[in-house]
Design a protein. Structure first.
Length: 433
């Protein structure tokens, strides 16, 4: 039973239960935001439980290249705030690695600097759409050049910004955040209107650090020139990482698993509602609030899993959880389907195609739509060789599938889990039987 390590390929054997208590790494989305905001705040910020994710290290490295003093000791990151006007031109190109969040959100800050910057990324990030973030920043007066097709690298000329009111054409927390961050550098009030609510960690962190920010329905307004104050911050465990353990726990019939200190911001908990609606029992315990973010423990108890349809309006709140939910669907009575998720095609991989391809390799019946998937229920999964396409969430979703399958599953290029959850396989191994 369990997992045997090799350099790149992980072998997953079927399991009957997950038992014990696990802790997730610090939330990736929140860690990016705390790092960026404390870099342009006044005074020092101490960030506890900072994400171990390689993506968040990319953010720290970019900020260091911009002259910010950062120290990292285990999961405590100390950042000496340079102030709104304190960043310095980087001698080298800024490298966002695999991280869309780094590239898109940092664009908001770079747009407002009086100097030139170039930001690049790895092969996957170099294929991801950037026009969505450059469009509003250009309306604010930023001068930014993209490569052909609206792709990275991005080149910022620097200059003065003016406030705008921007209606997001696609629900995207990254684009919303970029505009709000740029709004700090514009004179007057910048407004962003969301079609549906997306994760609001930027708004909460801005409030916590003393920015002048208003929220009315779907509109968020930020006033330029605010002084942000450095402070002590705590990052809750990442609910998107916890999703793999929730699903694995629910699929293995004898599980008894507790996941501690998971972030429960209501813009991120759609996964709990969907699982509950489909018969997955996840109890929330010991809820508290830290720096404006809710967190608590999750107790996973397997039961009868019904499956069903995920409504398109729930999709933006579940976007990172859809690969593992698709795996979940194969083990439910009715199966699972969703539409309205075309965004999944432009994540770290084309997650609709890659999930469908790998589920079929495991013997499941899957229907692919331009904007979604339908997986049949009551499927017997067979162990298979999984191509991750270098996508961390695919690697973890199919490790979970492997636990519930017959025979051995091989996860190729499994090192990509480092992007969000370097300790994933070790954590899983500790609670597997
Ligand atoms: C994120 C927002 C989502 C999500 C990504 C992290 C964030 O992307 O998929 O993993 O931290 O704001 P979009 O904003 O592109 O939807």
């Amino acid at each position: 039973m369990g997992i045997f390590t090799s350099t790149k390929t992980k072998k997953i054997r079927p399991a009957t239960k997950l038992e014990g208590t696990v802790q997730m790494p610090g939330d990736k989305s929140i860690s990016h935001r705390y790092a960026m905001l404390s870099a342009i705040a006044e005074g020092p910020t101490e960030i506890h439980f900072f994400a171990t994710s390689a993506d968040c290290q990319s953010t720290l490295d970019c900020l260091k290249s911009l002259g910010v003093k950062i120290e990292r000791r285990d999961d405590v990151v100390t950042i000496q705030g340079a102030g709104l006007a304190g960043l310095r031109q980087s001698a080298a190109r800024l490298d966002a690695g695999n991280s869309g969040s780094t590239m898109r959100m940092l664009s908001g800050i770079l747009a407002g600097q009086p100097f030139r910057s170039i930001m690049t990324g790895d092969a996957s990030l170099s294929r991801r759409p950037m026009k969505r973030v450059i469009e509003p920043l250009t309306q604010m007066g930023a001068r930014i050049q993209l490569a052909e097709g609206g792709l990275p690298p991005l080149e910022f000329e620097g200059g003065k910004l003016k406030p705008i009111r921007y209606e997001l054409p696609v629900p995207s927390a990254q684009v919303k955040s970029a505009v709000l961050l740029a709004g700090l550098y514009a004179e007057g009030e910048t407004e962003v209107v969301e079609p549906v609510p997306t994760r609001d960690h930027t708004e909460i962190a801005l409030e916590q650090m003393g920015a002048d920010i208003g929220r009315h329905g779907r509109t968020i307004a930020v006033r330029g020139g605010a002084k942000l104050e450095g402070k002590k911050l705590y990052v809750p465990g990442d609910i998107s990482s916890a999703a793999f353990f929730m699903v694995a726990g629910l699929l293995l019939p004898e599980s008894n698993l507790v996941i501690r200190n998971v972030g429960l911001n209501p813009t991120r908990t759609a996964i709990l509602d969907v699982l509950a609606g489909m018969g997955g029992r996840v109890k929330v315990l010991n809820v508290e609030m830290l720096n404006g973010e809710l967190l608590g423990d999750l107790h996973i108890e397997p039961g009868k899993l019904r499956g069903g349809e995920i409504a398109p309006e729930s999709v933006p709140g579940l976007i990172d959880e859809l690969p593992v939910l698709s795996v979940f669907g194969t083990q439910t009575e009715q199966g699972l389907s969703f539409h309205g998720a075309a965004e999944l095609r432009v994540k770290e991989s084309d997650r609709i195609a890659v999930v469908a391809e790998n589920l079929r390799c495991m013997g499941a019946e899957v229907e692919e739509f331009p904007d979604g998937l339908r997986v049949a229920g009551n499927q017997k999964l067979r162990g298979a060789e999984i191509e991750t396409h270098g996508d961390h969430r695919i690697a973890m979703a199919f490790a979970v599938a492997g636990l519930a399958a017959e025979g051995t599953t091989l996860i190729r290029d499994s090192g990509c889990v480092d992007i969000s959850f370097p300790e994933f396989f070790q954590t899983l191994e500790r609670v597997i039987s």
